[in-house]
Design a protein around this ligand. Structure first.
Ligand SMILES: NC(=O)NCCC[C@H](N)C(=O)O
Length: 486
C-alpha cells in the first residue's frame, strides 16, 4: 500500500514548483489498439508500445523524478538503464518499481484498493455493469489477485483474451481529474472510450487511504434532470466535463473550456459547485470550437511563466473571423465556431465580464491575478507562421507542462514553436542531455531557469496529447499568496 506521512493536495497554479502529481505509464492496452477501433478509442493511428515506453515515456518518468523525488534516481541512472534491469524501475507492480510518493502511478493506487475485498467486489461489479459482462466473468474477476486484476481493468486482457476494450487514453491523466487548491474535481467524460478511467479514479479517490483526509473535498458533476429527460438527437446536450478543459491559474481563479468534450451544462454545474463550496472566487469560461483538433482547452494554450503563455494565435484572431464576409453574420456559424470568453465572479454571476480575445484574458491573469510586473509575452504555435501554426498545434506545441516557473516539457518535433521560444530567450535542451548533466552534477534542478526541455515524441504525439495532458498535478508551491475571501 502506497503510504507517506506528508501527502498534501494543494494545486494553486499552473507554474509553481511541481511537487506531486499522478501519472499513468503506457500499459499493455495501448499496444492493443486495432485499426478498426482506433477512432472509437480516440486514436488516429496505432502506436508502437515498446518505442513509446523505452524511447519516450521513460524519459518523462526520469525527468519528473529528478525534479520531484531525486532520491529515487540521482546517481542511479546507469543501473536503472542497464539491460539487466530490464526496465523494472518503470514497471508498476514489479518489485523493482520506483514506487515514488511524489510521482504517483495510478496503477499502483488501483492495485492497492483492489487488495480490499469489499472495494474489489464493488468496483468489479460496477465495471461489469458498464461493460455488460456475464455474471460468471464477474466471479472470475473477483477471484483474480489485485495486481493482475489492476492490469486487466486497464488493458482489457484476462489470460491473454480481450474481455473488454482497453483504456489507452489513461496516459492522459489530466483529463480524468483536477486538483483545484485542496479539492479534487472528477471528470464526467464526453467520450465513451474514457468512461472507465473516470470510474477507476472515482474509486481510487474515495477508497485509497492516501486521499482519506480529502474525502469531503471530492467534487463530482451530477447529471442534470433536463439533460437526461431530453430525447437523444441533434440538440441534446449531456452534462460533460473533461479536466483537460480546466486550468487552475491562481488560487482564486480557474478557467473552464467549453469544447468538444465539456458541455455548457457541464461547465454550468462546475461553476455552481465550485462557488457553493467556496473553492474559488472567479471562473472564466472559454468557448472554443467543438472540433477534434481543439478537443480540450489545454490543446490551445498553456502557461510557461507568470507573464509567458504559449498559444495558437489563429483561433482567437479577429482578422481570421472576417466580418466583411456575409457568412460571418449567419447565426449558426457565429455561435458554433467563434470563440467567446466570459468571466463569472462568485455572488455576481448575473454580471459576467467579457474578454475580446485570449490575449486580453491571459494578460489580465498575468497582471492582476499573478501580480506580474513584466510585460505579458505570447509565444505562438509554429511561430505564428502558416501552416506550421496549426500543424504544430496538432502535435501539441501548446500543451506544455511546467516543472517549475519557466521550465517546461515540450515535444521535440515542433520546430517552429521551439524557434519562437528561443527568440523569447529560452534555453533549449534535449532531455537525454539534461539527464546526463544532472547525473554528472554539471547542472541542478534548482539552478535551471527559462528552459524548454525537449522530449522525444514520434510515437507519443500520435496519441494526440502532450505532457500537460499526461499529468495530474496534486501539489505545487504557491506563487501568489491571497487571503481567501468568502
Ligand atoms: N488534455 C488533452 O488534450 N488530452 C489529450 C487526450 C487525447 C486522447 N486521445 C483523447 O482523444 O481523449
Amino acid at each position: 500500500m502506497l503510504t507517506t506521512t506528508n501527502f498534501n493536495i494543494n494545486n494553486t497554479s499552473e507554474i509553481g514548483d511541481l511537487l506531486c502529481l499522478l501519472i499513468h505509464s503506457p500499459d499493455a492496452g495501448l499496444g492493443k489498439v486495432v485499426p478498426n477501433k482506433a477512432q472509437d478509442w480516440l486514436f488516429e493511428d496505432i502506436v508502437h508500445l515498446d518505442t513509446i515506453r523505452r524511447k519516450e515515456y521513460d524519459h518523462y518518468v526520469k525527468v519528473l523524478l529528478y525534479f520531484l523525488d531525486p532520491e529515487k534516481i540521482a546517481g542511479k541512472l546507469s543501473a536503472i538503464d542497464s539491460p539487466e534491469s530490464n526496465r523494472d524501475f518503470f514497471k508498476p507492480g514489479n518489485a523493482g518499481f520506483h514506487n515514488s510518493t511524489k510521482v504517483i502511478e495510478f496503477q499502483t493506487l488501483l492495485a492497492d484498493i483492489l487488495a480490499e475485498q469489499t472495494v474489489k467486489e464493488k468496483l468489479v461489479a460496477a465495471i461489469c455493469g458498464m461493460e455488460n459482462l456475464t455474471y460468471g466473468l464477474q466471479q472470475t474477476l473477483v477471484d483474480t489477485g489485485a495486481t493482475e486484476l489492476a492490469k486487466t481493468l486497464l488493458s482489457g486482457f484476462l489470460n491473454h483474451k480481450l474481455i473488454f476494450a482497453p483504456i489507452p487514453n489513461f496516459i492522459f491523466s489530466r483529463d480524468v481529474g483536477v486538483a483545484i487548491n485542496n479539492y479534487l474535481l472528477i471528470s464526467k467524460p464526453a467520450k465513451a472510450a474514457r468512461l472507465r478511467e473516470s470510474l477507476l479514479v472515482r474509486y481510487i479517490f474515495f477508497n485509497h487511504p492516501l486521499f482519506a483526509a480529502y474525502r469531503n473535498n471530492i467534487i463530482e458533476i451530477p447529471e442534470s434532470m433536463e439533460a437526461f429527460l431530453e430525447p437523444i438527437g441533434e440538440s441534446h446536450e449531456p452534462t460533460t466535463l473533461e479536466c483537460g478543459d480546466v486550468m487552475v491559474v491562481s488560487p482564486n481563479h480557474i478557467l473552464i473550456g467549453c469544447s468538444e468534450r465539456t458541455s455548457t451544462r457541464g461547465a454550468n454545474a462546475a461553476i455552481k459547485l465550485l462557488f457553493e463550496k467556496g473553492v474559488v472566487e472567479k471562473v472564466t469560461i472559454i468557448k472554443i470550437p467543438q472540433k477534434r483538433n481543439f478537443m480540450h482547452l489545454d490543446t490551445v494554450f498553456t502557461q510557461v511563466k507568470r507573464n509567458v503563455w504559449v498559444l495558437l494565435k489563429s483561433l482567437f484572431d479577429e482578422e481570421a473571423v472576417n466580418l466583411n464576409e456575409p457568412i460571418s453574420h449567419f447565426g449558426d456559424t457565429m455561435a458554433k465556431d467563434s470563440p467567446q470568453i466570459i468571466q463569472f465572479a462568485k455572488g455576481k454571476t448575473n454580471e459576467p465580464k467579457h474578454f475580446a480575445n485570449l490575449e486580453a484574458l491571459l494578460d489580465d491573469i498575468s497582471r492582476n491575478d499573478l501580480h506580474s510586473a513584466e510585460p505579458t509575452q505570447f509565444i505562438y504555435s509554429g511561430n505564428n507562421q502558416f501552416p506550421y501554426d496549426s500543424r504544430e498545434q496538432w502535435t501539441d506545441s501548446c500543451n506544455l507542462l511546467a516543472l517549475k516557473e519557466g521550465v517546461v516539457l515540450a515535444y521535440d518535433r515542433n520546430d517552429k514553436t521551439i524557434e519562437a521560444f528561443e527568440q523569447h530567450g529560452f534555453a533549449i535542451v534535449k532531455v537525454a542531455d539534461l539527464l546526463k548533466k544532472l547525473e554528472s552534477g554539471e547542472t541542478s534542478t534548482e539552478t535551471i531557469t527559462d528552459t524548454v526541455i525537449l522530449m522525444p515524441s514520434a510515437e507519443l504525439s500520435r496519441a494526440r496529447g502532450g505532457f500537460h495532458c499526461m499529468s495530474m498535478p496534486l501539489l505545487r508551491s504557491s506563487i501568489v499568496h491571497l487571503p481567501l475571501v468568502h
